[in-house]
Ligand binder design. Sequence first.
Ligand code: ADA
Length: 566
Amino acid sequence: MPIRLVAQHRVRQVVSLDGTWTYRFPREGTVLAPERRAEGVAVDLEVPGVWETTVTRIAYRGQAVACRALDVPRGGPALLRFAGVSHTARVLVDGREVGNHHNAFTAFDCALPQLTAGAHELAVWISNEHGEISGLHIPNDYYTYGGINRPAELHLLADPLHLQRVDATPVRAGGGWRAQCVARLGNLGATAASATLVVELAGGVHRAEVSVPPGGAEVAFTLDCPGAAPWSPASPALAPLHARLERAGAAFDDWNDRIGFRTVELRGQRILLNGEPTFLLGFNRHEDHFEYGCAIPVAAMRKDLEILRDLGCNAVRTSHYPNDERFLDLCDELGFLVWEENHARGQTVEAMRHPRFREQAYAVTDEMVRQHRNHAAIVIWGVMNECGSNHPDGRVMYEEQFALIKRLDPSRPHTFASCRHANDICQDLPDVIAWNLYPRWYHPCSPQEYLDEILGRYGAQIGDKPFIMSECGAGGIPGVRDPVRRAKWSEDRQADILVELVECYAWHPRLTGLFLWQFCDVRVDDSWAMARPNAVNDKGIVDGWRRPKLAYPLIRDLFRKRLPSR
Ligand code: ADA
């Protein structure tokens, strides 16, 4: 299965590394150095996949080494590309380390300037451990799985000079469209290399000679796009972007993507899509499934989006980390509006002082924006859900990540979901205000009273910015019923609370978006098991197998009333 649903390469030779790998686990304990992998217990497992789907490693937290043969049909420069390894990886070819990465939810490449033809061994040392290794993957209200959770590929390059990607930001120009583009070129050689760069998009063509020093270079240009049609949830038109490198008129490398022409702007309290005020209505979704863990196959992703569409949603929040790019491809195709978020959930300032948190959370934001910025569906970047925005040390980290986002992508607004209200000292930083509130569930008052009280007390802090209810919800254990609709965790009580929340917040004049918590039930970390019935956060409108709960048709009716055109 390719890493993307877009055919990214027609000229470059790409070999999928998906399929059966042999994982080696320590015979005892949780430690296995890559050089001692042969001593480990062998378990075959599919890539993409996580070891918690096996019978023997259903709750294993530790190290493993995933191995497979690498048959290289022709020698030369190459890249190994991993769309996600959960959560820390060291990649070895024939026992030599060629790259490493932290964090399950962003992609990374390992450059191989001189890969010889023939048989090699590929080994990936993987850890899903908690503790010093990760400031982001901590015991949490969702589960950190272990394994190569997203697809992997071997790219055989024809030349050390190659295309890394082309970013295209749509801009309105008079009655038509332009794209501000940046081509990113890599050079794995020891000397400068030159070629002709050709980029085609929606009737616009850019052709230029490029000379690229060892390492790489960026080339910025603007394209007029006379053939561009606007992208919107009602009509999600995507234009192919073709980029290639040529010498003597023959292409030796390429990179392809799809661009949706649309604008996102803020005016006063509203978010404008293509100049029109838009209400974002949808769910928070964890990338989690009782059958697959976080390694969800495309068919199941598509089903999730079908369910969200059936529920009348136009939006989804990728709580609390960047999503599989194939999910984002589907959102582009199906016209969903996405709040994509970096990886961090609920870390107080003490947790943010973990020696690696700052650098790791910054890196996820950096990788998320760089890797996903061509997706038309993404309309807001979010960072660090419910972290230490009540403390000056936390504020420094919000400031630096927001500055990074503006530097990498000034075309989209940014936000973070706060639960600090009275004590929040960061509400002046994001473009869009977002609060997580749980009236009826964690706070014994009505949705209206709770929001009015908070707005009355702290409304001045948020000024006139757009304001989204980023989370609210209630738990419901599948099958638990209560004829008098009182019992906490009954499906009946959940349905009543959700209806009350939506009736208030989906029509509240101060709000410009509502994301219910949450789309599906998710497995939680063992340390949360005593706080969550069945060790599951059960606030889903569907369970972990996607079976609808009692609230489903009621919320569908309300959502469809709120957004009849969806
Ligand atoms: C928070 C948090 C979510 C989830 C939720 C809940 O708002 O952002 O990740 O834990 O609470 O279910 O309590």
